[in-house]
Design a protein around this ligand. Structure first.
Ligand SMILES: [Zn+2]
Length: 331
């Protein structure tokens, strides 16, 4: 049995729509008025969106459901699915702990709740029956004020071990604030955390070379080889890996066809930039969307050759934040 690693998966988009639907039924959630049957919900939940902003709106709805009390329900099920149906040996799960706190509370109270969120997730991503290794990446967010992002960084540092890194997520807004993000990511690195950042997913406007000094990986980054291939040399030199999530681009309206990824893979290969193939939000893609399915789609659309597959799969282990020198870091 082949065993795989997924380095880019969001807690808010990792769950199969049927698991979310069953949860909504248990809660007698008001959204079910719009979706009296599962098929209607499934079609809405997995439909391709025109823009990333539209896609993120549904993501926010799931984040609200994943409050501390309900996190065990979701965590156990996502480990079960990843281990059983995708043969995952290792997964880096990312999420924003602030968005899992009680939105009715004032900001300082919510900040105080974040550590508890991380602890609940740490406890529940180790189900005895499904021995997958799950490490956490905490997401800072471009929509949040600096003090909240700083607080997320602190929680990540306090939980080093189960938490292996930070990410900068949210829609690619306010590119002019890049100095603030670069500073925060640099701070994270100085505190022993690995770093990744959603960048060049929808366009090139957010990309500043200063990011390359503080990043271990780039979330997506596909517009760098497509639009600014001259940056690739620098990225290769810094040994930064791109996390490429094929189906995601169709769902967020970023690419129309998988074949557009050919140029991404070709140019990265030429420049010596490593790519790890990941799933992003597999629960939001039409079923079955699994990591092995993503590999198959890339071969099917002539993006990669079958001979390249093993090396690409190995790249995910080599670029993993919690897999150092051939061994897992302490949990
Ligand atoms: Zn993502």
């Amino acid at each position: 049995m082949a065993l795989y690693a997924d380095l880019h998966r969001h807690l808010g988009g990792a769950l199969h729509p049927r698991i979310i639907y069953k949860f909504l039924q248990r809660q007698d959630h008001p959204i079910l008025h719009y979706f009296p049957d599962y098929d209607g919900f499934y079609n809405w939940f997995t439909r391709p969106c025109r823009t990333l902003e539209e896609f993120v709106k549904i993501h926010s709805l799931v984040e609200e459901l994943q409050s501390v009390e309900h996190l065990p329900y979701f965590c156990v099920r996502l480990c079960r699915g990843a281990y059983t149906f995708e043969n995952l040996q290792y997964m880096e799960l990312r999420y924003n702990p602030y968005f899992r706190t009680n939105p009715k509370q004032p900001q300082d109270k919510r900040i105080g709740e974040m550590n508890g969120v991380v602890e609940v997730i740490t406890t529940n991503v180790r189900p005895a029956e499904y021995p997958i290794v799950v490490k956490q990446i905490l997401c800072l967010d471009r929509r949040l004020p600096r003090e909240i992002n700083e607080a997320i960084l602190k929680v990540a540092e306090d939980n080093l071990g189960p938490v292996v890194g930070v990410d900068l997520a949210g829609p690619e807004i306010n590119p002019e604030n890049f100095e603030e993000w670069v500073e925060l990511l640099g701070k994270a690195r100085a505190r022993g955390l690995k770093t990744t950042c959603h960048l060049a997913e929808t366009g090139i406007e957010n990309v500043y070379p200063e990011y390359f000094n503080v990043l271990d990986r780039i979330g997506h980054g596909i517009h760098i080889p497509l639009v600014k291939p001259e940056y690739l040399k620098q990225i290769a030199k810094k040994q930064i890996t791109l996390e490429v999530c094929p189906t995601s681009y169709r769902q967020t309206g970023v690419l129309k066809d998988f074949q557009e990824l050919r140029l991404v893979f070709q140019r990265c290969k030429q420049a010596g930039v490593a790519i790890a193939v990941c799933t992003d939000n597999p629960g939001r893609n039409p079923s079955p969307c699994t990591l092995p399915g993503e590999y198959e789609r890339l071969i099917d659309h002539d993006v990669i050759d079958f001979k390249e597959l093993k090396q690409i799969q190995n790249e995910s282990f080599r670029s993993a934040f919690g897999f150092v020198g051939g061994a897992w870091t302490a949990i």
